[in-house]
Write a protein that binds this ligand. Structure first.
Ligand code: ARG
Length: 578
């Protein structure tokens, strides 16, 4: 059950009962301090203004009218007219008891929507860079959370596998293969390969012309050229897959819908834009003038959909992609994860697609931008020599560092267990460090903080989970076998209890705003509340009554399953020991 929804419905009914208009604001917030109860309803002030009455009088009327029987014990009016809601302990306990025995933690699924999630989407001409790491990690967490809530998620890996840069690359690959190299070795390092091709393009007599020829051939579907291209793409995709596997993300080959997949549709899309008079000719090119985004002088933004030579570009493909996703796939929502520098492109793309009717009023197009990953020096994350950091290497380093860390910790784990744990801790640390930051801001990549066992980190949460597991082990029980009733007496029990019941509120925020950090903060707070609870309310100590022991074990077990479920949604592994 969603507590917030239930309370809100009751308060709204009360507003109507006291004569408030249907659309009167009904803000209901979580309390910031336990003394103020669990929730605070703040609708009295605005309504008082609307009805020209005293806020406190209105608050009193709301309190008299609201039906919270069996849900809240006490409503108290504070300050100018805040209404503090103190929930009934037995009511909370009932909710917790059923959540504890439910694999879904008592969280109901929503009415299913079709949601396209466009993420990772690296450019295959080069190695995947840190920007794609962010897109991959954040997009995957959001996709999983949407699925958990019952939605039909369609992953779309919009790989950059087409475009003029492939002319140069294919010409170079052709020569390497002619000199008896195999594609896998020639393309072992895409960065190097790209650089070599570029040097030849800039300096070698005749190479640039050949490169341009390859572009034309590729676009006209020349067989030999397509075979070369396919070889290139296959090797490059394998590089990305190596990263996906290390990261343990849910993307598969079936999710790839690269730019090239839209080739056959680009002309149709353009024709439609032209027929509707949205795209017009301008100096030989086909463009859309976007008045909505005019500059200060009133000049409309220019959005090119076809270059003067007839070539298509990034925007042409995105128009075709919207047409496909909103039309054929019937996407109610489309979420796209790229760095913030592409914000304008997606804004323009949406405006144009809406004018064209490729996307209708009920459908949303949500660009979910993220900031940059920065090095310790606060500058964009690069290798010491200023090159692109190879993601596979970065992830290997994470595991190595976790190994060193694990070796220092005292434990009775076997060598193999240690290795497995280090693997999980290392990768999770990198992922969680990214996920836990508000995605729109830049963040500094720091090995020491992300691998710390203190603070809002993966190791801290993984450790909190194993801690509860060891309590259950020591008690000789399993989560499923627990059945005593839960009682909430100590303030720490109440604080933990309400937190446990609020998981759904964080999840809802993640699915509506595509912000996994909200769930991270939630889990971190939950783990911290658990630690305070465990300190104040011993479980296995001598002198604890059997009744209290059972109740506390159930709270502990529910904490563990909540942590596990939450971390799973984020793509973070848990283990039984560490
Ligand atoms: N390949 C692009 C890049 O690396 C991201 C593509 C995002 N999706 C899209 N539909 N444009 O920046």
């Amino acid at each position: 059950m969603n507590l917030h929804t239930v309370l809100l419905a009751r308060f709204k009914a009360a507003l109507v009962a006291i004569g408030a208009p249907e659309d009167a604001p009904a803000p209901l917030a979580k309390s910031t301090r336990p003394e103020f109860g669990e929730y605070q309803f703040n609708g009295a002030m605005a309504l008082a203004k609307m009805l020209k009455q005293k806020p406190r009088d209105i608050a009193e009327k709301i309190v008299a009218a609201v039906d919270l029987q069996g849900i809240a014990d006490k409503l108290e009016i504070a300050g100018p007219g805040f209404i503090n809601v103190h929930l009934n302990a037995a009511f909370m306990a009932k909710q917790l008891e059923s959540a504890q025995q439910d694999p879904r933690l008592g969280i109901e699924q929503e009415t299913a929507k079709t949601i396209v999630v466009d993420y990772s989407s690296p450019n295959l001409a080069k190695e995947m860079h840190v920007g794609h790491l962010r897109s991959t990690i954040i997009g995957d967490a959001v996709a999983k959370t949407l699925e958990f809530m019952g939605h039909n998620v369609i992953r779309q890996n919009h790989m950059g596998d087409w475009g003029t840069q492939f002319g140069m690359l294919l010409a170079h690959l052709n020569d390497k293969l002619a000199a008896d190299e195999v594609a896998e070795t020639a393309l072992a390092d895409l960065e190097d390969f790209y650089r070599e091709a570029k040097v030849r393009f800039d300096n070698e007599e005749g190479f640039a012309d050949r490169a341009r020829e390859y572009v034309v051939k590729l676009q006209s579907g020349d067989g030999k050229c397509l075979t070369l291209w396919q070889q290139f793409i296959d090797v490059s995709i394998t590089h990305s897959e190596e990263v996906y596997e290390k990261l343990n993300v849910s993307l598969t080959r079936d999710d790839i819908m690269g730019e090239s997949a839209y080739n056959a549709d680009l002309q149709n899309t353009l024709d439609e834009l032209k027929a509707k008079n949205i795209a017009v000719e301008d100096q030989g090119a086909q463009v859309v003038f976007i008045e909505e985004l005019a500059d200060k002088e009133g000049n409309p933004a220019v959005y090119i959909v076809q270059k003067s030579g007839g070539g298509f570009l990034y925007s042409s493909t995105d128009q075709a992609a919207i047409r496909y996703r909103c039309g054929k796939l019937g996407a109610d929502r489309t979420l796209i994860f790229t760095d913030a520098r592409q914000a304008l492109h997606f804004k323009q793309t949406e405006i144009v697609a809406r004018k064209a009717g490729f996307i209708n009023e009920q459908q949303t197009y949500e660009h979910c931008p993220f900031g940059m990953m920065l090095g310790q020096d606060g500058k964009p994350f690069k290798t010491r020599s200023g090159g692109t950091v190879k993601l596979a290497d970065l992830l290997d380093e994470a595991v190595e560092r976790a190994q060193t860390l694990m070796a220092k910790r005292e434990s009775d784990l076997s060598e193999q267990e240690r290795q497995e744990i280090a693997q999980k801790v290392g990768i999770s640390a990198v992922k969680y460090a990214d996920l836990s930051k508000n995605r729109t801001t830049d963040y500094i990549f720091n090995w020491d903080t992300m691998l710390s066992f203190e603070g809002n980190t993966a190791p801290y949460l993984q450790y909190a989970y194993t801690r509860v597991q060891s309590i259950l082990r020591n008690a000789g029980v399993t989560a499923q076998s627990l059945s005593g009733s839960i009682s909430l007496v100590a303030p720490q029990e109440r604080t933990l209890a309400i937190k446990l019941l609020q998981m759904i509120e964080s999840i809802n925020q993640v699915t509506s705003e595509a912000t996994p950090h909200v769930l991270c903060t939630y889990l971190y707070e939950l783990a911290s509340h658990f630690m305070s609870f465990y300190e104040a309310c011993p479980i296995l100590k001598e002198g604890v009554s059997e009744f209290d022991k059972q109740s506390r074990l159930r709270l502990a077990a529910l904490t563990a399953s909540t942590l596990k479920t939450g971390l799973e949604l984020l793509g973070i592994d848990t283990m039984e020991k560490m």
